[in-house]
Every structure is written in C-alpha cells, then in structure tokens.
Design a protein around this ligand. Sequence first.
Ligand code: NAD
Length: 490
Amino acid sequence: MPEKLLNYVAGAWCGSSAVSYLDVHNPATAETVARVPLSTPAEVNQAATAAMNAFDAWRRTPAPARIQYLFKLKALLEAYFDDLCRTITQENGKIVEEAAGELRRAIENVEVACGIPTLMLGDFSEDVARGVDEYMIRQPVGVAAIIAPFNFPGMIPFWYLPYALACGNTVVVKPSERCPMTMQKVFQLLDEAGFPKGVVNLINGSAETVNALLDHPAIAAITFVGSTATARHVYARASASGKRVQAQGGAKNPLIILPDADLRLTTSIVIDSAFGNAGQRCLAASLAITVGEADRIFTPALAEAAAARVVGYGLDAGVHMGPVITAQSRTRITGLIQRGLDEGARPVVDGRGLVVSGHEAGNFVGPTILADVRPGSTLATTEVFGPVLGLMHVDSVEDAIALVNSGEYGNMACIFTGSGAAARKFRYEAQAGNIGINIGVAAPMAFFPFSGWRSSFFGTLHAQGQHAVEFFTQTKVVVERWLGEWARKF
Ligand code: NAD
C-alpha cells in the first residue's frame, strides 16, 4: 500500500482528516508512489494558527540567530542531496541531473538568505530637521503561505521559504498535489534543523486547500507559482482581502535565431531549452523565430539534434529526457500537436506515439518540432508545457522583435547572434522579464529577482534575493527627537 503523506503542523507530523486522497504516480512507470490528502479548511486553519502563534517569538529572535537554522538546513540539504534528487525524479519524471540542477538552485537561495543581517538593513538620516533624526526599519509581515506548482517540486518553494524565515516570518507551504513527496522530505530536514514549533508548516491539498489559505485572516502574504489562470485567481482573491501577493504564471517563450549565430552552440542550447525537463519549464523555449537565412541553416540542425535525444526513465543512465507529468497532460500535448498540424504547421520531428521499452506505461512524448507555425495560431499562442518547439520565420530583426512582443506572456525571450548591436536592440525592446543573449534558459541566479512580465506575473516584487526580502518585510519609518540638554541648543 503506498505511503499516505502527512501534514506538518506546530512541529509535529499529523495524518490528515481529509476524506479525499489523490494517488501520486511516477510518470515514467505509472506506479502509485504515494497518496496525498486534500486537506480541509479546518486543517489549513490549524496550520495558519500554529504559524501565527509562533510568529512573535520568531520575529524577536535576532536575525543572526535565525540564520543559524538556515545554515543547518543547508548542511542537511547537502547531506541528503542524492536522495532528494531521486525523489524529484520519481514523482516528477525529470532526469536525475535536472533534479540536481533544481536542488542546487534551492540551496543557493538558502545561502543568499543567510546574508539577511545585511540584506535586511534599514536606512538612517541624521538631522532631517534641527535635532530630528529619521530612520527606516524593516519588520516581518507575519505569516506567509507558499503555494507551488508541480514542475520544480524541490526548487520553487525555496525561491521564498529561506527569505521569509530569515526575515522573521513564519510559513505554511502548500506543494503541488501532483509532486508532494519532495517537500515531505524537505520538511523532515526542516524538523531536524530544529526550527521552533510552528515556524514552518506543511499542508497538502489542491484548489480547496489553496482557497482556504487565500482567505485565512492570519495569513498576511501569499506567494504563488503555477498556470496563468490560477495565478490570476490567486492574485485577485488574496489581494481582495488585503494580503500582499505575488503570483507567477505561465509562459510561451520565443527565441530569435539570426543567421550569424554559432551553429553548433545555438543548436545544442535551443534543443536543451525546448526539451529539458520535457518542456515542462516556465523558461522552456517554445517558439524559435528564424531570421533570413537562419531558417535554411538551423532547421535541419535542430531536427537532427531533437531526433537524437534519448527519452526514458530519468533514473536510467544515458537518458536525456523524461516523461510528462500525467497521462492527461500527454493527451493535451499530443492534441495541441495535432491542432498545430491542422492549422497548417509542417511536421519536422513528430514525437507522438513514442513507446519506451521497459516503461510502456509511462507518459512519454518524444521531442517534437513543427515548422511554419502561423502567427496567431493555437501553437503560436498556447502554452504547451511539453516537448514541442514551434518554428516561425521572418525576414528582419525588427519583424522578429515585433513577433516576440505580440505574445500574451512575457516570462523569457532570447536571441542568438554574433552581433552586439542586434543583441542590444533586442535586450532594449523585448517585452519579457528574463532575457537570454546566446542563452536558452535565462534563469536568474538566487541573488537576482525572478519573474516575468505581462500575463506571466501578477504583483510587483519578485521571487529570490533582495526582492524577496522586500516582499517579506514591511517598512516602518521613525522620526525621532530627544528633548534635553543637547536638543535645547537648537
Ligand atoms: P497549476 O496552476 O495547476 O497549480 C499550481 C498550484 O495551484 C498547485 O499548488 C495547485 O494545487 C493549485 N491550484 C490549481 N488549481 C487551482 C484552483 N483552481 N484554485 C486554487 N488553487 C489551484 O500549475 P501547475 O500545472 O502545477 O504548474 C505548471 C504551470 O506553472 C505552467 O503554466 C508553468 O508555466 C507555470 N510555472 C511558472 C513559473 C514562473 O516562474 N512563472 C515557474 C514554474 C511553473
């Protein structure tokens, strides 16, 4: 019988009273690996209350003392690194090297948050009037809820969790119901690191659980990462009750390839971007726009590199790409490929119908490239979130940038070229929050802010680094005068 996952509330593991559980499947084998409870609003209330009760003592714990827990957490994440990577692969499907990449970024965020005594410094201005000083201090906001998607079960909660805690907030984490096992293990490490009871809480569930978090009066801040439709809902519902919210949404990332781009490097980077994590990455290349002669040069090279990718179980050696998350997801992706063909695209590599020997029940879709994707068509505008790259062609850099900026999303846009002037024009004009120049996955390091523009993001302050510090703190300005011997001089 697969393990029933637990919640972690007020420093204790607890079985859920939920009547509904979902099966968690290994997407490569279809094996049921765990059962996840759809926790009730009453359980959300317990977690939020535990976090609220722990807040006062935690915020009074000096920042240099708070980060000692993060140093312990970092050591534990390193010690259990391989085990966590295997869990990510087993529940998400990505290859174990990709799991290692996401976990490394998670740890880097812990490392950056350990600088909080400096990152959280205030400002002081002496003599704003005679004998009057003014200063700004940063204080934690209270209880924060962190709501995560399935595609980076190890990394995405860490865009927020270390900063929220380091700043003196307490947290409730809600992982994706499709990939909840990694956080179950991370919380064993948070428990071992010895955080005081109630400072970190874990609650499993899906939409009803999320809505209870969005509505809970004890929760002051919400971070969300997921699809645009849910991000819109989360942003509207949580901000309506006065919470501070940041909600990261979906993407449809275009890359421009100019004829002067390096053939070998560009081909390999574009293919890695489109098919890494089986295309289930918010920074995956989704459309490649070739300019002029680039179409003739790059299309055959991209086709050859895509067809050469080995698809299989992410724990097996020599595999380049794993399955997609669910059978429903595979059906949706193959349906979008067909729709693209029906709307006039040309098949260059068709990954439908792929069967992986030994893993016949897995949700595999092979790398797929469709050329002549028409502007405005379904494939040009819809987030596929699978291993599908659409090719479009234009005659000039100006047309390519206009095509990039015609999209609804703005998570990432990239250019491949040997021309500094073209790259600068692109960097200046592209409407996206993350820009790659001869880079295919422009993922900011932990000390830079991460988020998209337009329908890829709802909010103001972003994930990671100084932005996360600002999100998880509220500023207080003090204007101060002391009466007495010195002040009387004025
Ligand atoms: P999702 O929107 O289905 O789920 C995300 C979270 O929202 C989960 O915890 C889920 O339980 C909850 N949820 C789902 N439906 C809900 C509803 N109706 N009401 C309230 N809560 C609900 O997203 P997903 O499929 O897990 O993740 C994939 C999506 O996330 C893609 O669109 C991808 O582009 C996006 N994503 C964006 C970024 C980014 O930085 N912008 C990063 C990773 C993933």
